[in-house]
Ligand binder design. Structure first.
Ligand SMILES: *Cc1c(COP(=O)(O)O)cnc(C)c1O
Length: 428
């Protein structure tokens, strides 16, 4: 493979964009080398500026659950664009996607659309604080909820890849209201709640963690959080920006049959356009302006192109009930294949998987929280990453990331990937 044009484009980008990228996870800081510039993508494949084809396991970090340039989404965006791209006035489309989301997801009556997952989580926390009249929140080390100040405390993959779990620029005043707990450790959560009686507005959690590799909740963890929240007047916020409309039609709430008080969405809900959303039962959502006192707004929120893409995406998922099972089967097939070849090549590893999310960790101990996720051997990961790129397989350039399986992947693509992993792991 050649990366001549990508390297040139990156050099030019570096002159005018900090680090050459508009989101740090796109840089190759953790693995070395220079980022690959994409020219186009279709289905399961990326085509870069040098004409290389790569099987894509990032899928825009989650949104492309049906593959790239998915026809109904592309068509919907083109048709809407001809009618005007933004009005700052209500459109019927916003009600259509809201009604569909509310029908697909359990325990929500109303939903508000924003422009990113960050905005969704930030707004959800403000709403929870306004509703409970309390200031503090609990977040889990290694969970990522976007780059809003309150969340940049041990924030998982992106922040961890760059060795700065806590970002400068977040004031001590803000940081003191974010309490940290250990993922999958209920006792720890109890202790944090006990030390801050009647002060905690919300617990925000990735109900399946996806930003320190893929870490499913251990048995009883989510149930325990639900009970602790109910007993202590705390709102439970499920950050389903990654898992929503990916692990099940109704997300993790449906998958594990747990009721969250507020749910955040992003990624899939926008079909690849910039969309986030947060939702809750009526009593909570009515606290938002203009009905209630908690302010939240957006010039481009509910943008017609974004809503058209999101609606086409949700309709496709809603009309295809078998999709989530199909995705899970493909992911299980990939899991088995990778396991087989890594074992055969005497590689030390752990694989985590749930639904269409999977991560490969180069360490043998179970990966259940941030600490255990950090044990993976990064030197092996670097060889793995660059080796796979050479073979035409693209995974995220960081050992802390989840791979996303799309419906566009065929079993031939999966076999190709497994063979590539076999070949690369022989060189470790
Ligand atoms: C990606 C992600 C976010 C942030 O969403 P952006 O659209 O990047 O702002 C928040 N929470 C989770 C769980 C995510 O995976």
């Amino acid at each position: 493979m050649i990366y001549k044009r990508s390297s040139q484009l990156f050099a030019e980008a570096e002159k005018v964009i900090p680090g050459g990228v508009n989101s740090p996870v796109r840089a190759f800081k953790a693995v070395g080398g220079t980022p690959i510039f994409v020219k186009s993508a279709k289905g399961a494949y990326l085509y870069d500026e040098d004409g290389n084809r790569l099987i894509d396991y990032i899928n825009s970090w989650g949104p492309m659950v049906l593959g790239h340039a998915y026809e109904p989404v592309v068509e919907a965006v083109i048709e809407k664009a001809k009618l005007g791209t933004s009005f700052g006035m209500p459109t019927e489309l916003e009600t259509q996607i809201a009604a569909l989301a509310v029908a697909m997801v359990p325990n929500i009556d109303k939903i508000r659309f924003v422009n990113s997952g960050t905005e969704a989580c930030m707004s959800a926390v403000r709403l929870a604080r306004g509703f409970t009249k309390r200031d503090k929140i609990i977040k889990f080390a290694g969970c990522y909820h976007g780059h809003s100040d309150s969340f940049l405390i041990q924030a998982g993959s992106g922040a961890m890849t760059f060795g700065s779990p806590n970002s400068p620029g977040v004031t001590a005043g803000t940081a003191k209201d974010t309490l940290l707990a250990t993922y999958n450790d209920l006792q720890n959560v109890k202790t944090v709640i006990g030390a801050n009686p009647n002060e905690i507005a919300a617990i925000i959690v990735e109900p399946v963690a996806g930003n320190m590799g893929c870490i499913p909740p251990v048995a009883g963890f989510l149930e325990g959080l639900r009970d602790l929240c109910t007993a202590n007047g705390i709102l439970l916020i499920f950050d389903e920006v990654m898992t929503g409309f990916r692990l099940a039609k109704g997300g993790v709430q449906e998958l594990f049959n747990i009721t969250a008080d507020i749910v955040c969405f992003g990624k899939v809900i926008g079909g690849g356009l910039p969309v986030g959303a947060f939702a809750a039962r009526e009593e909570i959502m009515n606290y938002l302006a203009p009905l209630g006192p908690v302010y939240q707004a957006g010039t481009l929120s509910g943008n017609p192109l974004a809503m058209a893409a999101g609606l086409a995406m949700l309709e496709s998922l809603n009309n295809d009930p078998a999709i989530f099972q199909r995705l899970a089967e493909k992911t299980a097939y990939l899991h088995e294949g990778i396991e087989k070849v890594l074992k055969a090549n005497n590689v030390i590893f752990t694989i985590n998987r749930i639904g269409s999310m999977i991560s490969v960790h180069f360490d043998e101990s179970p990966v259940v929280d941030l600490k255990s996720a950090g044990k993976g051997d990064n030197e092996t990961f670097k060889k793995f990453f660059h080796g796979l790129v050479k073979e035409g397989v693209y995974i995220a350039p960081s050992a802390y990331e989840t791979w996303f399986i799309t419906d566009a992947l065929t079993y031939e693509d999966l076999d190709f990937t497994i063979q590539a992993i076999d070949k690369v792991s022989k060189t470790f």
